[in-house]
Design a protein around this ligand. Structure first.
Ligand code: NAX
Length: 331
């Protein structure tokens, strides 16, 4: 057995938190040989819910689960954290302007970033799920100057899975035979799900789609909007936002980061190294491979004008968000 890993989950009493922690306790995030210590961080209103979740975790008698602690104090919640799933955030409520949303979340993620800086373990890895995820990750990172920037990431894995799922449906291929899909940019409707380097059963996805009569117009008019607006579609059909699929994506994001992707690649929003025209330091989604507990942006893509424009549009939105939170004094 490996050493125990301390996993801090914020918003643990919320929907995605609840859908995550039992699977973390079951070893689905860090592997069947890694014991976990869970910290559930909530706000005071969420403490009862988190306590109840902790009771259920006890009742699961998970062999890998060494302890569960519930707290509303970030300095306690992040103490010794090796993995931080930042799920809790302030959702947009009716009549709320974008600036209000950024400000409300800025208050949360600056405090949590500082607590991570001061109390988390040296190897802490942070995955931000709470929206606006990319910019929340940027805020947290900017309050954690002692933590290497590359440890702050945001989730675009759900978008990645949505893109793979749609490609599988369109081609009739098995999900496991689909590779090379990438999400670029922001976790928002401006994201760019890119099929131009994807393969289906080892062949170029575009060729396989063409055989089905699906051309560039299908990509532009059906595929991209379906993936980018899937969250809203789930709300419309299910009557509630994505929960289990989001929890699954968060677990797979951390799993691949810590245990590796092998030769496959996946999508993660990570601090830009300046490649593909994305300003350095901006937390934007890229194709990445992970090994040895590190991710690496894949640099070898040649982009068409179409892809370049799509990426630029989403990156412009991220630049605007960064500008807005900088003006609010949150960076
Ligand atoms: P819920 O409202 O069910 O849960 C949020 C929980 O966070 C609540 O229990 C609340 O008390 C807690 N919380 C709020 N502020 C906190 C703080 N400062 N510290 C600790 N806990 C705090 O939302 P849920 O459906 O679980 O969604 C959580 C977040 O995920 C939302 O921001 C949502 O927009 C975002 N999503 C992100 C996705 C992604 O792919 N990146 C997809 C799904 C989801 O929309």
């Amino acid at each position: 057995k490996k050493n125990p890993v301390t996993v801090t989950v914020t918003g643990a009493a919320g929907q995605i938190g609840y859908a995550s922690v039992f699977r973390v306790a079951a070893g689905e995030m860090l592997g069947a040989d890694t014991p976990v210590r869970l910290r559930l961080l909530e706000i005071p209103q969420g403490l009862n819910g988190a306590e109840g979740t902790a009771m259920e975790l006890t009742d699961g008698a998970f062999p890998l689960l060494q302890s569960v602690e519930v707290t509303d104090d970030p300095t306690v919640g992040f103490d010794g954290a090796n993995v931080a799933l930042l799920i809790g955030s302030r959702p947009r409520t009716k009549g709320m302007e974008r600036a209000d949303l950024l400000e409300a979340n800025g208050g949360i993620f600056s405090v949590q970033g500082k607590a991570i800086n001061d109390y988390a373990a040296d190897d802490v890895r942070v995955a931000v799920v709470g929206n606006p995820a990319n910019t929340n990750a940027l805020i947290a990172a900017s309050h954690a100057p002692d933590v290497p920037l590359e440890r702050f990431t945001a989730l675009t894995r759900l978008d990645h899975h949505r893109a793979v799922g749609q490609l599988a449906l369109a081609t009739g291929a098995a999900v496991q035979n689909i590779e090379g899909v990438t999400i670029w940019g922001n976790h928002s409707a401006s994201q760019y799900p890119d099929l131009f380097h994807a393969t289906v059963d080892g062949r170029a996805a575009l060729d396989v789609l063409a055989e089905k009569g699906l051309d560039q117009s299908w990509i532009e008019e059906t595929f991209i909007p379906t993936v980018a607006n899937r969250g809203a579609e789930i709300i419309a059909v299910r009557g509630g936002s994505s929960v289990a699929s989001a929890a699954h994506a968060a677990l797979m994001h951390v799993r691949d980061w810590t245990l590796g992707t092998g030769e496959r690649w996946t999508s993660m929003a990570v601090p830009s190294d300046g490649s593909y025209g994305v300003p350095e330091g901006l937390i934007s989604s890229f194709p990445v491979r992970c090994s040895g507990g590190k991710y690496e942006i894949i640099h070898s893509f040649e982009h068409s004008d179409f892809s370049r424009n799509k990426i630029a549009t989403s990156v412009t939105e991220l630049v605007d968000e960064r500008e807005a939170v900088a003006q609010l004094g949150l960076l």
